[in-house]
Design a protein around this ligand. Sequence first.
Ligand code: B12
Ligand code: NAG
Ligand code: NAG
Ligand code: NAG
Ligand code: NAG
Ligand code: NAG
Ligand code: NAG
Ligand code: NAG
Ligand code: NAG
Ligand code: NAG
Ligand code: NAG
Ligand code: NAG
Length: 428
Amino acid sequence: MRPPRRLPLMGLLFFSLIPSQLCQICKVNATDFRRLEPLINTMLKANYTKGIQDANVLLTLRLVGIKNQSLEQQLSQQIKEDINSREMELTSGQLALGILALGACENPDEEFIRGAHLVSKLGDKFQAEIQNMETHDGNPLTNYYQLSLALLALCLFNGSYSITDVIYYFTPENKNYYFEDQFSVDTGAVAILALTCVQRNKTQKKMEASTEDKIKNYAATLAHKIQSEGKQGLFGNIFSTGEAMQALFVSSDYYKSETNCQETLRTVFYNISQKAFSLPIAAAQILPALMGKTYLDVTNSSCSHNPVKFNISTEKPGAVMPTTAPLNISVKYSVRINETSHTKVTVRKGSVFLDVMKAAQEKNETLFRFTVEETSWGPYVTSVQGIKANTCDRTYWKLLSNGQPLSQGVGSHVVQNGDNLEVRWSKY
Ligand code: B12
Ligand SMILES: *[C@@H]1O[C@H](CO)[C@@H](O)[C@H](O)[C@H]1NC(C)=O
Ligand SMILES: *[C@@H]1O[C@H](CO)[C@@H](O)[C@H](O)[C@H]1NC(C)=O
Ligand SMILES: *[C@@H]1O[C@H](CO)[C@@H](O)[C@H](O)[C@H]1NC(C)=O
Ligand SMILES: *[C@@H]1O[C@H](CO)[C@@H](O)[C@H](O)[C@H]1NC(C)=O
Ligand SMILES: *[C@@H]1O[C@H](CO)[C@@H](O)[C@H](O)[C@H]1NC(C)=O
Ligand SMILES: *[C@@H]1O[C@H](CO)[C@@H](O)[C@H](O)[C@H]1NC(C)=O
Ligand SMILES: *[C@@H]1O[C@H](CO)[C@@H](O)[C@H](O)[C@H]1NC(C)=O
Ligand SMILES: *[C@@H]1O[C@H](CO)[C@@H](O)[C@H](O)[C@H]1NC(C)=O
Ligand SMILES: *[C@@H]1O[C@H](CO)[C@@H](O)[C@H](O)[C@H]1NC(C)=O
Ligand SMILES: *[C@@H]1O[C@H](CO)[C@@H](O)[C@H](O)[C@H]1NC(C)=O
Ligand SMILES: *[C@@H]1O[C@H](CO)[C@@H](O)[C@H](O)[C@H]1NC(C)=O
């Protein structure tokens, strides 16, 4: 973007002048590092083919200092190729994650960010999101999780954004922090990180004291909402807890209490042992916080020092034991729009939701046909019976089992005999 050579030096100077932030972090101590090994294994042993959708993994590898040059190179190569070939189609959040990953911890990819003018292009995408809100009843092109990622990357990499827009659109009352009246902890957490970055860079933006106070208040209110979603040390659910922890590190004194920290770690360790984080992105989203890092550390010049040493197993994770003759299980499946279509299907034990949908589709294509789209979390259901989810109308296909909304997607959720599975046409 702007002055090429002076940036690293200025960054150093900037950081040496500010006092260390009053963060209260909660991280795993060296004795307990071995409990994190399943997460690291998941990230190191996965097959990466998704281009920019794997940016979150590269970001985490760099941020927490897991050194594996061949993997880093492979990921960074694939991300750069993807950006080069589909730059216009990338969403704001995808490009933001690409910049955060490529720009993390002073590495050779920073040259690419500058050469391809990625930061100003992200500024344009951020602007387009805001324009869409102005013309479409307050709905962005994507969602507030992505707007927050975009603002965070713009702030950290010295892009341009309007403080007035930030004050107007990021107020905690904005409907986009909610899905079906439920506060989205993931979204609030990334917003806090972005707002904290903006507020910390006040000198850069010559910010007025009243503006700074407003931003601080937004972050505090959002942190409060996150804490009201707390349960057994988790915030939202296990998949939002890592980002929620990062947000609480920079915006609250929640983890001043050692008891709070121990409670979170105990539950997270338990969830790790239950293989809750078997998707690389799930591991990537929780690991930074457990290592005491936040996304605000991405531009810290000493971020790549002190790489961590782990005992990495050579086994492939998730190697399934050869079982005896696979048993069949029977489940109910329904598609609910205005009326409900039911069926009963038989699938192999250990099948996931997606297998059930495929079996139902084979029985009756008209009623049960569906489409999915590959995303960073796996296959996302985009249409059923030809009815397509649409961000502009805030519609989606919601997944439920026995009446309860699922916390995993169709590619991950393992079904049990007798389950009552449902996809429901819904509005968020
Ligand atoms: C926004 C969002 C949604 C929106 C997506 C539409 C929109 N307006 O953008 C809505 C509200 C519709 C939604 C729905 C669901 N979501 Co959602 N969602 C998110 C959120 C907050 C941000 C995603 C994002 O933009 N990422 C950044 C961009 C750059 O990455 P991306 O890969 O391009 O993003 C796309 C995918 O993430 C996809 N997507 C969103 N949710 C999910 C869930 C799954 C399982 C998959 C495969 C894809 C997917 O939509 C994004 C935009 O296109 C994440 C939080 C997080 N930590 O990631 C949760 C999150 C990904 N969602 C989650 C879940 C569980 C769901 C549902 C399965 C809930 C349900 N019971 O129905 C459904 C998906 C059902 C389906 N049709 O397949 C979980 C996934 C956990 C897991 N282990 O799989 C997360 C992590 C939230 C959480 N903490 O539980 N979601
Ligand atoms: C950040 O951008 C501004 C212009 O928007 C420029 O004046 C300033 O020098 C840049 N700072 C750094 C550290 O690059
Ligand atoms: C590390 O943390 C665990 C709890 O997570 C605690 O039981 C243990 O005493 C700690 N060890 C050290 C050396 O601080
Ligand atoms: C990755 O791909 C290889 C070869 O295609 C396959 O043997 C292996 O099981 C895959 N690993 C995972 C974790 O999917
Ligand atoms: C480093 O990454 C490669 C994939 O690029 C993987 O095959 C290898 O096992 C990783 N090394 C370690 C020590 O995990
Ligand atoms: C503040 O801005 C500078 C350059 O504009 C950037 O290098 C730095 O990462 C930012 N710091 C924070 C804490 O956002
Ligand atoms: C994670 O831990 C919570 C709290 O103990 C528990 O309710 C939940 O079932 C666990 N999830 C997984 C997948 O282990
Ligand atoms: C940068 O990272 C180092 C090492 O993790 C830490 O000691 C320092 O406080 C960080 N600086 C800032 C400004 O966050
Ligand atoms: C790694 O393994 C070695 C040998 O088994 C052991 O001595 C060491 O304590 C382990 N390190 C960690 C961090 O678990
Ligand atoms: C299990 O189901 C498959 C098809 O879904 C069928 O071919 C097979 O015969 C069934 N096996 C048993 C033991 O019922
Ligand atoms: C459901 O019913 C409502 C009211 O009868 C109708 O407006 C709407 O189009 C129907 N939705 C679908 C997806 O058929
Ligand atoms: C599928 O369901 C529709 C509506 O119930 C029915 O009219 C049709 O005959 C069914 N098709 C098959 C192949 O069973």
